[in-house]
Design a binder for this molecule. Structure first.
Ligand SMILES: *[C@@H]1O[C@H](CO)[C@@H](O)[C@H](O)[C@H]1NC(C)=O
Length: 205
């Protein structure tokens, strides 16, 4: 019994160590309240999808809340954005009352669907969903065609994640604004297309 107790104490102690929050506790809670999702080691992200906007407006909206349009710096961060969209996006299961958003009418949302899993007795079959969608993220080549900069003013090649979707980038005057396909690709969209977007507040160590 004593051994079990000391064992549990040890487990508790290490859990506490692991869960020390690097960001100010109050700020952390305020961000969660305002719709940010925390990814340990990554930072805070807020997905805005209910009112798609053009890229410049997405950028401004993020700035106004002390964030930036998300910059993808690693494979891990691409994973974060993907799961943010899957878990906090417009996808609604049948048990939640079906679709509550019309995002699938968006021109850039893909209409293809994930294969429907084999139904089991206690799990309702999910409503087919647009599997991967496109959102605005923080890079562009507005100034010089083909010279991609992040919204933090660094060259995109320094950012750490470049995986163009097949057919991209598109070298013309229209496709100058950064997008992220939640299948984990980047692309350059026309700047005036209205899309969901993700604001990011990096974690402060
Ligand atoms: C969505 O993205 C994932 C990851 O890249 C990919 O495996 C899947 O095939 C994509 N789904 C569709 C319908 O394109």
């Amino acid at each position: 019994m004593a051994r079990l107790l000391s064992c549990s104490l040890l487990v508790l102690a290490s859990l506490c160590l692991v869960h020390t929050r690097p960001y100010h506790e109050e700020k952390h809670r305020a961000l969660l309240r305002s719709g940010y999702v925390y990814f340990p080691g990554g930072g805070y992200y807020r997905l805005a999808y209910k009112t798609p906007v053009v890229w410049a407006e997405a950028r401004r909206n993020c700035q106004q809340e002390g964030a930036t349009l998300a910059v993808v710096n690693s494979e891990k961060e691409a994973d974060n954005l993907r799961s943010l969209y899957l878990n906090n996006g417009p996808v609604k299961r049948e048990r939640d009352g079906g679709w509550s958003d019309s995002y699938d009418t968006n021109v850039l949302a893909e209409s293809t669907v994930d294969p429907i899993p084999t139904p089991t007795p206690d799990v309702p079959t999910p409503t087919p969903a647009p599997a991967n969608a496109t959102i605005h993220i923080g890079f562009h080549d507005i100034f010089i065609e083909g010279e991609y900069l992040t919204v933090r003013n660094e060259p995109l090649i320094m950012a750490g994640f470049i995986r163009w979707k097949v057919g991209y980038p598109i070298a013309d005057d229209e496709h100058n604004c950064g997008g992220f396909d939640t299948g984990k690709f980047i692309l350059d969209n026309p700047c005036d297309v209205k899309l969901p977007y993700v604001c990011e507040i990096p974690e402060v160590y």
